[in-house]
Design a protein around this ligand. Sequence first.
Ligand code: AMP
Length: 281
Amino acid sequence: MVVVKKIKKVREILTRVRNEKKSIGFVPTMGYFHQGHLRLMELARKENDYVVVSIFVNPLQFGPKEDFKEYPRDLKRDIKMAEEVGVDLIFAPSEKEMYEEDFSTYIEVTGNLTQVMCGKSRPGHFKGVTTVVGKLFNIVQPDRAYFGKKDYQQLIIVKKMVKDLNFPLKIVAVNTVREKDKLAMSSRNTYLNEKSRKKALVLYQSLKLAEKEIKKGVKDPKIIKEKMKNLIEEKGEIDYISIADPQTLQEVEKIEKKVLVALAVKIDGVRLIDNRIIGRN
Ligand code: AMP
């Protein structure tokens, strides 16, 4: 495995790889790996001849009051973990390498997809995501890129960007990897102390509650949201609870087919997200 910091060098190596007619699988990340990241890499390993992973905590996707500075970083540990699952190349650029001083071009998916859910409480976040992912796609030029369903809205928005801008690659969606007690894995879970970690289970519990209600035949999203709210309220501060169409991400008035139930909750100051696609039977 090689670790590369410069765009020019990545291009040199990957031009050779492509000339050998090898397929390239790509996993963009912000590092501080957990089993969720590794699942994406393992799948990329299975489906491609050559696997590239990027590690870059992208300043563009953090708001001014968000945790860019505190975001956990440990490149050494990440390198070791990636090597163990057979990654071929790690691209770990500096901020300067990705954004030169005069950087001034952005990719923004406009309209409804980016206005709802996390887009509402994190203005500019998805513009930062699509800009960096677009740049990374141009640098790596993969055949397939792997994204987790844990960040469901991000997955849908990246898919839209790929479709609208004709990026010649396939987006592969990967199921959410959870801890034994069902907390969705996230680099941000390291912020939780023992007590907060227990409270955090309420996200998944509320999704299971929604599932139970939907399977029982409850069709009014308001009733389900209210029940979820009651369950969550004493453990955390709700940012949003959404029951939406899984493709358009717009709230549904009545639950008649599969819905996306998604939520963001602050547990002792740590903002966590989770979601589940729920069908009626
Ligand atoms: P991040 O480093 O948090 O930006 O995540 C990099 C990629 O890993 C994104 O596509 C995430 O959706 C995905 N990912 C993060 N956590 C999980 C998880 N628990 N299960 C599956 N994929 C995940």
